[in-house]
Design a protein around this ligand. Structure first.
Ligand code: HEC
Length: 202
């Protein structure tokens, strides 16, 4: 008797898990089971399939934290911004400009967004992962999820307007934030991926 009850309970839990994963659209994998936030495509609103992201860079502390909370722990982390800068130069600046001032693609360094959700880190991740319209293609084939978070932190660092508009920062970060100035001394790009920024430990 007791055994039956347990089994049924387990079946219900499994079903609930499968349904949950279905809604999140990430498949019933370790990845799906972990994504507590619902991530959707910026244009179609369809759930993002996180299983499309490269295996590498899935298990970093930053990715785990992000999938649970929508928070990017690399924001204003001086140790990781240099790598974010390097990734931005190789993957984004050709279309968005050297310092995200805008070129073929729109500027990413002010508080105007074509898609207002990009003022949240969840929205920004969704746009980078799944793309938007025209030349803004999905990035999951070119960047892993850890790299997406690194590049996002650099995009946020490039913000040039009143810190009050930097709603993606915590109040503490906002109180210390200096608007980006390309002519002033700033963090140079760096190739190296240290353990603190999701690189191999040790
Ligand atoms: C081949 C050119 C190209 C590349 C490379 C590119 N983008 Fe874009 N991006 C665009 C275009 C064009 C748009 C406008 C699309 C739209 O409005 O739907 C856009 C839109 C965006 C938006 C939405 C902006 C808004 O105002 O809501 C974000 C965020 C963004 N890109 C970030 C990035 C990041 C980060 C990278 C690098 C990882 C990148 N893009 C690489 C061309 C590009």
């Amino acid at each position: 008797m007791k055994k039956t009850v347990l089994t049924r309970k387990a079946a219900v839990l499994l079903l609930a898990g499968a349904l949950g994963a279905g809604v999140a659209g990430v498949g019933f994998t370790d990845l799906g089971a972990r994504a507590a936030i619902m991530l959707t495509n910026t244009v179609t609103g369809q759930p993002l399939d996180l299983a499309e992201a490269p295996e590498e860079g899935r298990d970093t502390k930053a990715v785990k934290t992000f999938l649970e909370t929508g928070v990017n722990i690399y924001n204003e982390n001086p140790a990781c911004l240099a790598k974010g800068h390097e990734l931005f130069l190789s993957m984004c600046s050709g279309c968005h400009g050297h310092y995200a001032e805008g070129k073929i693609g729109p500027g990413l360094n002010d508080s105007y967004w074509t898609y207002p959700k990009n003022e949240t880190d969840q929205g920004l991740f969704e746009t980078i992962f799944g793309g938007a319209q025209g030349q803004m293609g999905p990035m999951y084939g070119a960047l892993n999820m850890n790299e997406m978070l690194l590049v996002m932190s650099w995009v946020r660092h490039l913000y040039k307007d009143d810190p009050k508009g930097a709603t993606w920062l915590t109040p503490e970060q906002r109180s210390k934030f200096t608007p980006f100035n390309a002519n002033a001394k700033h963090i140079e790009p760096a190739e190296e991926l240290t353990a603190a920024c999701g690189g191999p430990a040790g």
